[in-house]
Design a protein around this ligand. Sequence first.
Ligand code: PRX
Length: 652
Amino acid sequence: MPQMKVPGSVDVLLKEEREFFPSPTFVAQANVQDKAIYEKAAENREAFWAGCAKAIEWYCPWHQVMNWTPPHCKWFVGGKLNVSYNCLDRHIKTAARNKAALIWEGERGEERTLTYWDLYLEVNRFANVLKNLGITKGDRVAIYLPMIPEAIIALQACARIGAIHTVIFGGFSADSLRDRILDADAKLLITADGGYRRGNVITLKQTADKALTECPNVKDVIVVRRTGLDVDVVEGRDHWYHNLVHHAAAYCEPEQMDAEDTLFILYTSGTTGKPKGIMHTTGGYLVGVATTYRWVFDIKDHDVYWCTADIGWITGHSYVTYGPLANGATQVIFEGTPDWPDKDRFWRIIEKYGVTILYTTPTAIRTFMKWGTQWPDACDLTTLRLLGTVGEPINPEAWIWYQKHIGRGHCPVVDTWWQTETGGIVIAPLPGVMPTKPGSATKALPGMAADILTDKGEHVEVGGGYLTLTSPIPSMMQGIWGDPQRYVDTYWSRWGNRLYFTGDGARRDEEGYLWMLGRVDDVINVSGHRIGSMEVESALVSHSAVAEAAVVGIEDEIKGQAIVGFVILKEGHHSNDAMAETLRQHVVKVIGAIARPQKILFARDLPKTRSGKIMRRLLRDVAEGRVLGDITTLADAGVVEELKKKYDEEYA
Ligand code: PRX
């Protein structure tokens, strides 16, 4: 078992803080009130999911609920549907037509509300724009936008015409954008003249122009005017969003998609230097996210839901763009950051729009704890009725703080474990049914199953091990774009092709509750964002001064983990603060600011096994100031001891 530790400490909690039961008032109104749902689902998973799929409108019903040919599972085989139709057209025939779908707040306080009818019109027009530019079913469209309504409109428009969208987070560099556009072979890019971040303008179009110099297949670029910043316009290639939309027809017939047609690709980091293009389907994905959204967030017609995730991550897809709209929910979307212009921004937004459900990250919660309760205390948060977290393990202290100071002691907290690969939530409480324990995501949702296994694949009833999923899930990834073998190797080969390897470690307690322990592979989770050690290593070695590099994640009180790089310089280069800063900047340039190493440590050599493999485990020991683990397999034990001495001197 790789070394892992329990994040935070359960022992510091008072006895009465160890378990929370849903209040009778909450239970009485909950979407799921009967815990028999777990058994019912387990008895016949196929029938259960078929029942869930009936909440979606299909042009043509499926003839087989599930076709499980390990490690591939097809869902709702033969069924035909359109995701955008389900998110929009369905609602404009009901009272939801005039209901707010999106309430957008820009960083500078601007406000824009789109009803379902408004959003329907915008999506239809933009879908026609894409069609007019020659985009058809199956074409890939890259999206590089800030958190503005056009981002959601763009995704929905792609879904409407059957184009496969691939969103690249606005914080990624030109190189990262280029690599993803090339891998997906996108024909068109949708971007903006810029975005706002902490009062500064992020020059998205400029970055995109740089990336596009090496993307010959991108024939058209659609630019949303967000900031008014002057941008270069490439004649014949670049088009202003508003001009195109203005001339587009108001209705676009939704494409009838096969349940197994690809809806989108989203790149995520793995254990190699190359990010994986995770593919999601149309039918299974929509059924999965629409159902889990209704269950876990207990969404009601009168709710105002706010998920703080950016569109660039899976949460911004599943629980902003698709899950809420499929359920006809009203949601807030926000372009900015929690501390701009002041540290009360989130609480002001909740007060202003009467937010009832908040979904955010443990990193954000720990940051709020550090800032102090005076910020939330100064705002009226009484509308809140449910709180959620996602992206990384939450320590019990942060969970309790969230429940007490933001939820005022009566909001259930749903800690939701899932991944880009699973598409939707897998492990989380049903808030009206499942007692919660601070720091535990509780158990797998109905119709899903998780287990803890040892290295050899033996079941662990109580204790720690590798987290695995043991039954197919409708929203589960379809594959890796352009690399089917990597799909099998990465996820389905550790214990045979029926058990999905999550890459996470977890512990199960006596009552079957799961406690997440973080990644067990070479993936670093910084503030809930996945970054591969190897990606940062290749960014470092692409600098002319670097001979070799090894990167590890170390524990960070706020961000969960922080990146530390060990670097061997080439002859003639000096290891000093200026060089460390140059290298940090270089990583930002190559990948983006999220991958910026917190520390760079220069080394003479790196600890390697006799076969030449870098032992990151020992580097983690060094960087976290621990006693060194087993060094008997090292080619040269002196290397790591020297490194430890140097590190302790510098950082102790
Ligand atoms: O390690 C787990 C962690 O985030 C990883 C998935 O990252 P990503 O694909 O970027 O998706 C993030 C949003 C779903 C997982 O392998 N993770 C996610 N949620 C939790 C979590 N770790 C502990 N508790 C969670 N609730």
